[in-house]
Design a protein around this ligand. Structure first.
Ligand SMILES: Cc1cc2nc3c(=O)[nH]c(=O)nc-3n(C[C@H](O)[C@H](O)[C@H](O)COP(=O)(O)OP(=O)(O)OC[C@H]3O[C@@H](n4cnc5c(N)ncnc54)[C@H](O)[C@@H]3O)c2cc1C
Length: 385
């Protein structure tokens, strides 16, 4: 399979770094349910996770297209960028909406790797996708807010120094629009909460450090509010296009990994006295997956181009994520089938990547919700919920 012909100046060094963390590394991490600390540390030291931080704050000031190539290469090399991708984009909320003091205080340290900000608590058990129904509250008492409530699926908290939290500061019944009255806070996880924050890991089908969080009168300094009180939902939306594009690129990387592994296997594995790859029943699913991956990739670059020009790209970013997640899942299925029984053996890594790429149909946004967005905002159909 031909490797992508663009962004060599980024792809080559990221690949070189990834080569130091081969299949056996990711297999062991997966089996032991460990965090890929060494890999993330190496990536941080090389500055790759600071791609989107402007140069004035010590980052490399790259565009979203370049940043997406970095994450794509990690997944194309067999790794899992989901362990650390949020370090690249969670800081965007501070960059876009933080005060100049917050930017000065945090961004250079995030860029330099001294500070990890890669946890973002939005989802709650009682609200699910319906974010405006979150029940976690933040009530101001003097120079502090007191947080009470519960979050679920808050990833990487145990490997993050700080986290962003979305909480209600004005009850839903007291705002004109349900999207108002939500606020964004920066929490310092290094400070002892004195038992006010409980973190309970969730066992999942993939090796993804994710947790349930309980806040019981957790105090946050008022200066850690990001932007204006009540505008947190707007700030959340502002970060979504970047996230969609970056994750679309990870899916493209996954799709290419599956197709490459499957075609290599199909050329070598001989059954009935010929390579299995000679059978069209094996060829066609791989050829179709390849075509769909390339189409998704075009949409990802289109979305990135619009994003980097500062133009509206909601439709393209959502379509890129949808098409790329579908393409990687299709490629995963074709690769597993091509490997026959060996697809289920951990030593081939297909089953691990198969589990990992399945997540993108659900998180960080489910396929259905993207389709609803397109139906309503692009096709002008009535809102369905
Ligand atoms: C491994 C993992 C890591 C995660 N990390 C984070 C994180 O770091 N931070 C965070 O805040 N969240 C995180 N999430 C949460 C993730 O964003 C949510 O799981 C996802 O948005 C779906 O929400 P839900 O699970 O509550 O599903 P629900 O909202 O309960 O939905 C269940 C199903 O119903 C469908 N559905 C719901 N409403 C509609 C509708 N109106 N029309 C059609 N279909 C509908 C959904 O598409 C979905 O398939 C993570 C999840 C996982 C699994």
């Amino acid at each position: 399979m031909t490797a992508p012909s663009n962004y060599h100046e980024l792809r080559d060094p990221v690949r070189d770094l990834c080569r130091r963390y081969p299949d056996a590394y990711w297999r062991r991490i997966d089996r032991n349910r460990e965090y890929p600390e060494e890999f993330v540390q190496a990536l941080t030291e090389a500055g790759w996770l600071a791609a989107l931080i402007p140069e004035e704050y010590g980052g490399s000031g790259l565009g979203i297209a370049e940043a997406s190539v970095i994450l794509e290469e990690i997944n194309r090399c067999g790794g899992n960028a989901a362990a650390c991708h949020a370090q690249m984009y969670t800081m965007g909320t501070i960059l876009r909406h933080g005060s100049s003091q917050q930017k000065q205080q945090y961004l250079p340290r995030i860029a330099g790797g001294a500070l990890r900000l890669q946890a973002f608590g939005v989802t709650e058990p009682g609200a699910g996708t319906d974010t405006t129904r979150i029940r976690t509250t933040a009530v101001r008492h003097g120079d502090r807010y007191r947080i009470n409530g519960q979050k679920v699926w808050t990833s990487r908290v145990q490997h993050s120094d700080m986290m962003l939290l979305l909480a209600r500061t004005t009850p839903r019944e007291r705002v004109a629009k349900k999207t108002e009255g939500l606020s964004m806070f920066l929490l310092d996880l290094r400070e002892s909460s004195g038992g006010a924050l409980t973190v309970t890991p969730i066992d999942t089908m993939i090796n993804h450090e994710t947790n349930e969080l309980f806040f019981d009168d957790y105090a946050v300094p008022a200066e850690n509010l990001i932007g204006e009180e009540g505008r947190g939902f707007r700030y959340l939306l502002d970060g979504l296009n970047a996230e969609r594009i970056l994750i679309a690129a990870e899916c493209v990387g996954d799709a290419d990994w599956f197709i490459e592994r499957a075609t290599a296997y199909a050329r070598e594995r001989r059954v009935f006295d010929r390579p299995i790859g000679q059978n069209q029943g094996i060829q066609f699913p791989l050829a179709r997956a390849y075509a769909n991956a390339r189409a998704a990739d075009l949409m990802r670059y289109r979305a990135a181009e619009l994003f980097d020009r500062g133009e509206p790209c909601g439709a393209e970013a959502n379509m890129a994520k949808l098409l790329a997640a579908d393409a990687s899942w299709e490629a995963a299925n074709a690769a597993l089938q091509t490997h026959g029984g060996y697809g289920f053996a951990s030593e081939y890594d297909v089953e691990r990547k198969f589990r990992e790429t399945r997540l993108f149909q659900v998180a960080p946004i489910s396929t259905n919700l993207i389709l609803s967005y397109l139906a309503e905002h692009v096709l002008g159909l009535p809102r369905s919920f």
